[in-house]
Design a protein around this ligand. Structure first.
Ligand SMILES: CC(C)(COP(=O)(O)OP(=O)(O)OC[C@H]1O[C@@H](n2cnc3c(N)ncnc32)[C@H](O)[C@@H]1OP(=O)(O)O)[C@@H](O)C(=O)NCCC(=O)NCCS
Length: 148
């Protein structure tokens, strides 16, 4: 298993990035300014994008594992790699997600703690309603990890 940083032809990973963020123009907002990481285990399994938001703050903008490979530990492996890579580069690592309990629990298990909520983020920033597990996403829930 290896994780590589991808700096060219980033659009090639769009199908997987759309699993983590289903509107392409939203992905383009951070695709080129962010650092894209891809996890390969024989072939591509998981991607993740991290952006610099401020001198001391980085943010995980997208993480996704192909559906058929979910639940096999690739997500945890990727997040731990990101934490190891960024803990000396910043004070705070943020991640935002819809109000999806499973995903929020996934980040909590990785060590993130509740930070704040952006009210109606998905309603204001997406051109269509987004549903996950039958529930419409409205607010963006932010979790954070602090490093010293
Ligand atoms: C969230 C995600 C990246 C996790 O990746 P993964 O490779 O499945 O992660 P792991 O195998 O390491 O599993 C991590 C946890 O997620 C849970 N999980 C796995 N597949 C899942 C799924 N389809 N939906 C919700 N949770 C899932 C696992 O049960 C595990 O929790 P556990 O330790 O309590 O069992 C993956 O489910 C995914 O790509 N989801 C769709 C895209 C998405 O919503 N991204 C997050 C945007 S904020």
């Amino acid at each position: 298993m290896e994780i590589r940083e991808i700096s060219t032809n980033k659009e090639k990973y769009m199908d997987l990035l759309l699993l983590g963020d289903e509107q392409e123009n939203m992905v383009y907002k951070y695709l080129f300014k962010g650092n894209l990481f891809a996890l390969f285990d024989s072939d591509l399994k998981t991607v993740c994008i991290v952006t610099k938001e401020d001198k001391t703050i980085y943010e995980i903008k997208n993480i996704a594992t192909y559906e058929r490979y979910q639940g096999k530990g690739y997500g945890y492996y990727m997040i731990n790699y990101i934490i190891e890579n960024y803990k000396n580069k910043c004070k705070t690592l943020l991640v935002g997600t819809g109000e999806n309990e499973k995903i929020i629990n996934f980040y909590k298990k990785c060590g993130f703690k509740y930070s704040h909520v952006l009210k109606d983020f998905f309603i204001k920033n997406y051109d269509h309603k987004i549903f996950e597990d039958g529930k419409q996403l409205k607010d963006m829930v932010y979790l954070k990890m602090e490093f010293e």
